[in-house]
Design a binder for this molecule. Structure first.
Ligand SMILES: Nc1ncnc2c1ncn2[C@@H]1O[C@H](COP(=O)(O)OP(=O)(O)OP(=O)(O)O)[C@@H](O)[C@H]1O
Ligand SMILES: O=P(O)(O)OC[C@H]1O[C@H](OP(=O)(O)OP(=O)(O)O)[C@H](O)[C@@H]1O
Ligand SMILES: O=C(O)c1cccnc1
Length: 494
């Protein structure tokens, strides 16, 4: 198998949970396959106990949907599949139905790099029930991971307060595809470059790096190793100084930096990868400045994350560039986002959309029924609140009351006079045709940076962040409450 972005452009229809296929078969059998439906993809809690999330993964989803088909090998596999009793799982006629299945859904989605919050539909799929259903697992697989990593990268780069963050995660990432997707999402979230060369080639992300301890260890002395590296890369030297003794390593880097300077070249800096990073970076800064290398950068690495970077900033460590691997690409402290994909409405024969709700003992798990839109209200460059509304029944008003979906006592009145409004869901596919022009990865990263500026720093702090208001428009809230009561058969209960 070719390990490239082409992976998403070949047939991946079987990259799904078996139950999606059994449901697809049963929808077909019961004549419901072509009934129109709407599904929403959303998450219930910001990851990392944070106050915001950065959406990512749409670009992969576009490729997945455009290439959605069962190829001959897939169909052969399904045609031969047997139940425990030895009977074929699927009828031959159903296999032929799958052969002719042509992606024809409408998809609306929040653009990559957009700041999003719990309950907002970040992807809305409308189309034949069978197609919407078959998309559940792959859409979740793609969005859950990339959104999680883009958010982690955003937190880490916010902690670095404008310093460059290099993503070094490939060796510790969750497999090959995990590594590639993580490099992409890390860049969207704010990293400046990746060490992953294939990610650079596939996605157009800047590639960067220093050298490893093995380089030093392969020579008789550290000084010799630094000289040899300087000969190979006179304009790109970042010397790793902690292989034997960090202070001595800094001295050696300075010595080689001086000889480079005699040749009209300048070392870029040093890297420290162990020990007390505040202590050694401050010593390094003093030594470098004293030797006339004020522009030499100090790179730090070693199991960094947003908490350690924040602490090192408080300690006034002299670190200019942060190399972050394991804890970024594995989303170490929260390995999954937990986004879900729920049926929200079906179209009746009469043409009327019927909202659907899943009732749960836990109110946080009750979905928001209906076909929605999301509007973000913005005042003087600051986002005030997001409102989820019933797309079909929406009327423009001068003021709205939005209601927290999990707590009806939490409400906010929004007077729209003087406010900017942004509709967050953008049209991506119409009847299976892509109508969205994909921005390049650099544009997505820039959009994410700009989008973050809309939000108060209170929502971005790591400890007990201030909760950004996301609410249901009153009519939607009312409809949902009535539907839940109806489905619980409340009137009949004694
Ligand atoms: N001044 C500091 N304040 C807070 N955390 C730090 C500081 N200096 C280093 N760390 C972090 O402490 C953790 C462990 O560092 P430690 O000094 O134990 O590693 P090390 O044993 O020197 O490195 P290695 O095991 O890679 O050789 C790392 O996550 C590192 O980023
Ligand atoms: O610490 P991370 O955030 O994952 O960043 C990547 C790490 O990978 C390299 O270490 P290496 O593989 O040589 O292992 P070691 O430094 O832990 O011995 C590098 O020196 C970083 O320490
Ligand atoms: O280039 C580096 O310094 C690097 C790359 C991968 C992992 N650790 C460090």
């Amino acid at each position: 198998m070719k390990i490239t972005k082409d992976l998403y452009q070949s047939s991946l229809a079987l990259l799904t949970d078996f139950y999606q296929l059994t449901m697809a078969y049963a929808y077909w059998k019961s004549g419901k396959a072509e009934q129109e439906a709407v599904f929403n993809l959303f998450f219930r809690k910001n990851p990392f106990q944070g106050g915001y999330t950065i959406a990512a993964g749409l670009d992969y989803i576009i490729d997945y949907c455009r290439n959605f088909r069962f190829d001959d090998a897939d169909l052969h596999y399904l045609a031969e599949m047997k139940n425990a009793d030895g009977q074929l799982t699927f009828e031959a006629e159903f296999i032929e139905y799958l052969r002719d299945l042509d992606f024809s859904c409408d998809i609306d989605a929040v653009e990559e790099g957009t700041v999003v919050f719990p309950n907002i539909p970040i992807i809305r799929v409308k189309g034949p029930l069978i197609q919407c259903q078959l998309l559940e697992t792959p859409l979740l697989n793609i969005v859950n991971f990339q959104t999680l990593i883009a958010t982690k990268a955003s937190r880490i780069t916010l902690a670095a307060k404008g310093d460059s963050v290099l993503e070094f995660g490939l060796r510790r990432a969750q497999g090959i595809d995990g590594a590639l997707a993580a490099s992409r999402a890390s860049y969207i979230g704010g990293c400046s470059a990746t060490s992953n060369v294939m990610a650079g080639k596939l996605f157009g992300i800047p590639v960067s790096g220093t050298h490893a301890h093995s380089w030093i260890m392969s020579f008789d002395s550290e000084l010799e190793a630094f000289h040899a590296y300087a000969d190979a890369f006179p304009d790109k030297c970042v010397f790793l100084v902690d292989t034997y003794d960090t202070v001595n390593g800094i001295k050696n880097a300075i010595e080689v930096g001086k000889s480079l300077r005699e040749k009209g070249k300048e070392m870029l800096g040093i890297r420290i990868d162990s020990g007390d990073l505040a202590y050694y970076s401050n010593i390094a800064r003093e030594m470098l400045d004293e030797a006339g290398f004020r522009n030499a950068k100090i790179v730090a690495s070693n199991d960094l994350d947003e908490q350690i970077i924040t602490s090192l900033k408080v300690q006034e460590a002299s670190i200019d560039v942060w190399g972050v691997g394991t804890k970024l690409v594995t989303a170490y402290d929260q390995p999954a986002l937990g986004a879900v994909y729920k049926l929200a409405a079906v179209k009746l024969e009469s043409g009327v959309w019927e909202p659907k709700v899943k009732v749960s003992q836990q109110s946080i798990k009750i979905n928001i029924p209906g076909k929605h839109g999301v509007v973000r209200f913005i005042k003087n460059g600051k986002a005030l609140a997001d409102m989820i509304f019933l797309d079909e029944a929406h009327e423009e008003r001068n003021a709205y009351v939005i209601i927290d979906p999990n707590d009806p006592t939490k409400r906010k009145k929004i007077n729209v006079n003087g406010l900017e409004r942004e509709l967050l869901l953008k049209p991506i596919f119409r009847a299976g045709e892509k109508i969205y022009n994909r921005p390049g990865i650099k544009q997505i990263r820039e959009n994410a940076q700009k989008n973050l500026l809309l939000f108060d720093k209170a929502h971005k702090r790591f400890v007990n962040p201030h909760i950004y208001p996301v609410g249901l428009e009153e009519n939607l809230y009312q409809m949902r409450t009535e539907l839940v009561l109806k489905m619980k058969n409340y009137d009949n209960e004694q």
